[in-house]
Design a binder for this molecule. Structure first.
Ligand code: COA
Ligand code: ZN
Length: 314
């Protein structure tokens, strides 16, 4: 089956969560809010704003409720947060999320590292979380970590990813993200996994989440577009990485992704120069250069006065 690229893409900005979660120095709540405001100013509307996880496991996210408080009354925003267990579900509802994102890994070892329990145990917990969400108006979304490979087990069979997606579907969770936690996705794997999921669980809505660990994050996103996917997650400046994998690196950068979409004539609703301003703010906040490239190089047709460069003469 061949697909046309979508005309419009929904980008979820995960910088405030996946982006900041492994920053070693606590980013003050006011700075997190300032960054999210700058991202909103660029036109982004979907955010994974924080996570309601154990503050001992991920100290950077200990101000989840305070961050949410700054945005919860904005009806134009769709705010999600990562939730690992019933306690997180209750905290997230109280904090005013639109959707909570439950997560488990397709591979057992990463699940054990990330949430300290087996996949079976995670699924039992999700049943409880679905019950807590019932009747509150809060949507439950599902994320599948290590969906393209695992840092401890290597190859992750597509059948294992399908199995998790089916388990989510059986719990009534139909918005599902395939997470490439360690940046091991490749275009053929993206095509294979999107097709397998569409065939096995046609009623789910797939979103893709890549890390640019091996330089092909955007290529994988493009492969997703070619396979008819129109929902993606990315992180401003290319911030980010999972604290529970060795040598983790950032997500695909939102501004590089929006640049690609713009140049392909695919709508995102985002203003690239304003987004680049937000990426530069992110660099100032974390105090170092980030991997995003378009914020440094500028737009495609950026020109310079001729005397800005040396002439090659002998
Ligand atoms: N929010 C706040 N505190 C929480 C919590 C939550 N969602 N879940 C557990 N805690 C607290 C418990 O109250 C307990 O505190 P106490 O010792 O003061 O009583 C402590 O954390 C340990 O709880 P326990 O249920 O034994 O959990 P654990 O130590 O086995 O850790 C998780 C399990 C899931 C809570 C933890 O591994 C986690 O938060 N992982 C998130 C990982 C993550 O965010 N990864 C990045 C995304 S890919
Ligand atoms: Zn991630």
């Amino acid at each position: 089956m061949s697909f046309r690229c979508p005309e419009h893409v929904e980008t979820t900005e995960v910088g405030p969560r996946d982006g900041l979660q492994s920053e070693p120095v606590f980013v003050p709540t006011a700075k997190k809010i300032e960054l999210a405001e700058a991202l909103i100013a660029s036109g982004l509307r979907h955010f994974e704003m924080t996570s309601f996880v154990s503050p001992r496991a991920v100290p950077q996210m200990r101000d989840a409720a305070e961050v949410m408080a700054a945005f919860r009354d904005r009806p134009d925003l769709w705010l999600t947060a990562l939730v690992p267990n019933a306690k997180g579900a209750e905290r997230s509802i109280e904090a005013g999320v639109d959707a909570m994102v439950v997560f488990m890994s397709a591979s057992e070892s990463h699940n054990l590292k990330n949430v300290n329990q087996t996949r079976q145990h995670s699924l039992q917990g999700f049943r409880q979380i679905a019950d807590i969400a019932q009747g509150t108006g809060v949507v439950v979304q599902g994320s599948i970590a290590t969906a393209f490979g695992c840092p401890f087990e290597g190859e992750v069979p597509v059948a294992d990813v399908v199995e998790v997606a089916k388990a989510y579907r059986d719990l009534g969770i139909t918005r599902i993200t395939l997470g490439d936690t360690t940046g091991v996705a490749t275009p053929p794997l993206v095509a294979e996994r999107c097709r397998a999921l569409r065939e096995a669980v046609p009623d789910i809505d797939i979103s893709l989440h890549f890390h640019n660990t091996r330089g092909v994050g955007l290529v994988c996103a493009y492969a997703g577009l070619l396979n008819g996917i129109s929902r993606f997650e990315s992180s401003v400046g290319g911030l980010g990485g999972c604290p529970f994998v060795p040598r983790a690196t950032g997500n695909i950068s939102t501004e590089d992704f929006v640049y690609m979409l713009d140049e392909c004539g695919i709508g995102s609703g985002v203003d690239l120069p304003k987004l680049c301003d937000a990426a530069k703010l992110a660099e100032r906040i974390v105090g170092r250069a980030l991997p995003g490239q378009v914020m440094k190089a500028g737009p495609r047709l950026r020109t310079y006065p001729m005397d800005a460069a040396r002439t090659a003469n002998g």
